[in-house]
Design a binder for this molecule. Structure first.
Ligand code: SAM
Ligand code: DTB
Ligand code: SF4
Length: 335
């Protein structure tokens, strides 16, 4: 396969080939395209694979907040940094179910629950299973992010009804050590393999705007696309800078580079949901519209992410209306 961008994706939906052998240079060549060319290509791929005006909405809830033993340099929940965050114990099932009901009433179709844990402990599996079963019974899709999982734990969560497990690679292999020292890249890949082995859907992406270079952004996407199967959901987070974390004050990313990241993700993982994730609070409506054009078809919806702010639900409803976007499940087009 040549490294010229023209040869990288197929032209018609029937012939879409999901590649798992991307090379760094090919992905960097996509990033380097003139902006309009890149957007045109990404949007074409988007239309070939998804209804172009449908965006899936997920609502997040932090079910266990703060005091995390990991040292992720971006994270307000790490016990290594003083961010003034109020820690909370694991929420009880009824509190989580009440929040899920509220999310469903405001239109979310997936409920994502996050815990500030390095890894899931076996003692917490029954509580997680009870929560999953309760949320699932409401007719919502379920997603959890609880840190590292063993194979048996992944299987238990799957049996309880978990649809998605979120576990991010966060950045490129090369830049990773600048960001986290308490968990390896290989640890993350291992958890993803355990999740995949159960048949659950994988949600995995990363964060940009952490001072990394374009090669790292390309490297992250290459790792994601070169998994044996593409993650069904790929969250692209823009760093939310939080006072007290080591990354607070890092140079801000050029907004067009964020759009490029979405576009390249769309081209190389044509049938994955690409989620415009954290960081929307600092994005203009116009920038978000550009991300939807470039292939983003999922967002986090509701006033809060895990611990930081997200746009008001009313604002998002209004933005969707102005753009003619409908909230719904952008299942890959069959034809
Ligand atoms: N503790 C678990 C773990 O890290 O595996 C799950 C929760 S953790 C908060 C989930 C993800 O949130 C992280 O992998 C990271 O990608 C994202 N995240 C955390 N802090 C962020 C920030 N300040 N800006 C953008 N994304 C962030
Ligand atoms: C993901 O990729 N982004 C979400 C979700 N998965 C769990 C979390 C964003 C967290 C932003 C910082 C915070 O609110 O604490
Ligand atoms: Fe802990 Fe997850 Fe935050 Fe890392 S990202 S410090 S593992 S809560």
């Amino acid at each position: 396969m040549s490294a010229t961008p023209e040869s990288l994706t197929s032209q018609s939906p029937a012939a879409v080939v999901l590649r798992h052998d991307w090379r760094q240079g090919e992905i960097e060549a996509l990033f380097a395209l003139p902006f309009n060319d890149l957007l045109f290509r990404a949007h074409t791929v988007h239309r070939e694979n998804f209804a172009p005006n449908t965006v899936q909405i997920s609502t997040l809830l932090s079910i266990k907040t703060g005091a995390c033993p990991e040292d992720c340099a971006y994270c307000p929940q790490s016990a290594h940094y003083n961010t003034g965050l109020e820690k909370e114990r694991l929420l009880d099932t009824q509190t989580v179910l009440a929040a899920a009901e509220e999310a469903q009433r405001s239109g979310a179709t997936r409920f994502c629950m996050g815990a500030a844990w390095r890894k899931l402990h076996d003692r917490d599996v029954p509580a997680m299973s009870e929560i999953i079963a309760g949320v699932k019974a409401m007719g919502l899709e379920t997603c959890m992010t609880l840190g590292m999982l063993t194979g048996n734990q992944a299987q238990s969560l799957r049996e309880a009804g978990l649809d998605y497990y979120n576990h991010n690679l966060d950045t490129s292999r090369e830049y990773y050590d600048e960001i986290i020292s308490t968990r390896t890249y290989e640890d993350r890949l291992e958890t993803l393999r355990h999740v995949r082995a159960t048949g659950m859907s994988v949600c995995s992406g990363g964060i940009i705007g952490m001072g990394e270079g374009r090669a790292d952004r390309a490297g992250l996407l290459m790792e994601l696309a070169n998994q044996p199967e593409h993650p069904e959901s790929v969250p692209i987070n823009l760093l939310v800078q939080v006072e007290g974390t080591p990354l607070n004050g890092v140079e801000e990313l050029d907004p067009f580079e964020f759009v490029r990241m979405i576009a390249v993700a769309r081209i190389i993982m044509p049938q994955s949901q690409v989620r415009l994730s954290a960081g929307r609070e600092n994005m203009s409506d116009e920038l978000q519209a550009m991300c939807f054009f470039a292939g983003a078809n999922s967002v986090f919806y509701g006033e809060k992410l895990l611990t930081t702010d997200n746009p008001e639900a009313d604002h998002d409803r209004d933005l969707f209306a102005r753009l003619g976007i409908t909230a719904g499940d952008p299942a890959p087009c069959a034809d």
